[in-house]
Write a protein that binds this ligand. Structure first.
Ligand code: G1P
Length: 289
């Protein structure tokens, strides 16, 4: 008989960051509002979460990030005008949130990803939860988080999404010390934040999707700082290893790091090539370029 684990219903979106890697674009606009084709990054992450069964969206926001929350509101003027003109309102469907589904908490200081997640502790309560970093756009069917939830339903505990990163790039990721592997799942024996290639335990890097047990909040309570002087989620997760099941899963999806110029451009091209209405135009433009 398969064991059943507490369902993952809540997702935390840490969206308080300053987005300095994409300046000046992000000077007065949240990086999560940057658009790939016709949807902002936050919409991709929210769609992925909903597909995975999430029905509570917890955004950890900060100063200057209000447009992210406004985006999920009903825009009365816009809808009234569109209705008057007989326009199709269904384009707005995915940007609507059922009453009470979106909750925001504030991270008043940029003290690190672990700190951002900890800011959501009262809303997360005593339940497993997902974390999605919207600048990692995950293109896959089913979505990356859905694949992770499927894995969670098999093994429970904590799950990070991971992929092999280039040998010289370990310093940009949380890196896994791998244990035994079974299919797409690898047991996590250790985690270290942004190690230099010479000391990295592997090339298995954590990418922006997590399923975590609420106990990680108790670890984060200590507010210990790690790499870069920040309160790191990686360090807090590392403390859970050995006390709870902990796996890395390689999902069947392509990760686009949209917090990076090249990654952002690549995401736009890749997603355009998947769309019937854009494929030919983009192919043509690339040939000419
Ligand atoms: C964060 C995490 C890191 C993870 C990465 C994935 O780093 O701290 O462990 O590998 O996200 O995108 P950041 O990219 O915010 O520096």
């Amino acid at each position: 008989m398969t064991q059943s684990f507490k369902p993952v219903r809540k997702a935390v979106f840490p969206v308080a960051g300053l987005g300095t890697r994409l300046l000046p674009a992000t000077k007065s606009m949240p990086k999560e509002m940057l658009t790939v084709i016709d949807r902002p990054l936050i919409q991709y992450a929210v769609d992925e979460a909903r597909e995975a069964g999430i029905d509570q969206l917890i955004m950890v926001t900060g100063r200057g990030k209000n447009s992210l929350v406004d985006y999920f509101d009903i825009s009365f003027e816009l809808e009234a005008t569109m209705r008057d003109k007989g326009k199709d309102l269904s384009v707005l469907d995915s940007s609507r949130v059922p009453y009470g589904e979106l909750i925001t908490v504030r991270q008043q200081q940029p003290l690190g990803l672990g700190h951002a997640v900890w800011c959501a502790r009262h809303v997360v309560g005593n339940e497993p939860f997902a974390v999605l970093l919207p600048d990692d756009l995950m293109a896959g069917t089913p979505g990356a988080l859905k694949q992770m939830v499927d894995a969670y339903n098999e093994v429970g505990g904590n799950i990070v999404c991971a992929e092999e990163v280039a040998p010289d790039k370990t310093g940009s990721y949380g890196i896994v010390t791998p244990g035994e592997s079974r299919g797409k799942l690898t047991e996590v024996r250790g985690l270290v934040e942004k190690p230099k290639p010479e000391v990295a335990p592997s090339r298995l890097g954590v990418i922006g999707r997590y399923i975590l047990q609420p106990e990680v909040m108790d670890v984060l309570d200590a507010q210990e700082t790690g790499a870069g002087g920040e309160i790191q989620l990686t360090d807090a997760m590392a403390r859970l290893i050995g006390t709870q099941p902990f796996h890395a899963v390689k999902v069947d999806a392509v990760r686009h790091d949209c917090g990076d110029r090249a990654g952002y451009v690549r995401a736009t091209i890749a997603l355009a090539l998947e769309r019937e209405d854009l494929r030919e135009v983009v192919r043509e433009a690339m040939k000419q370029g």
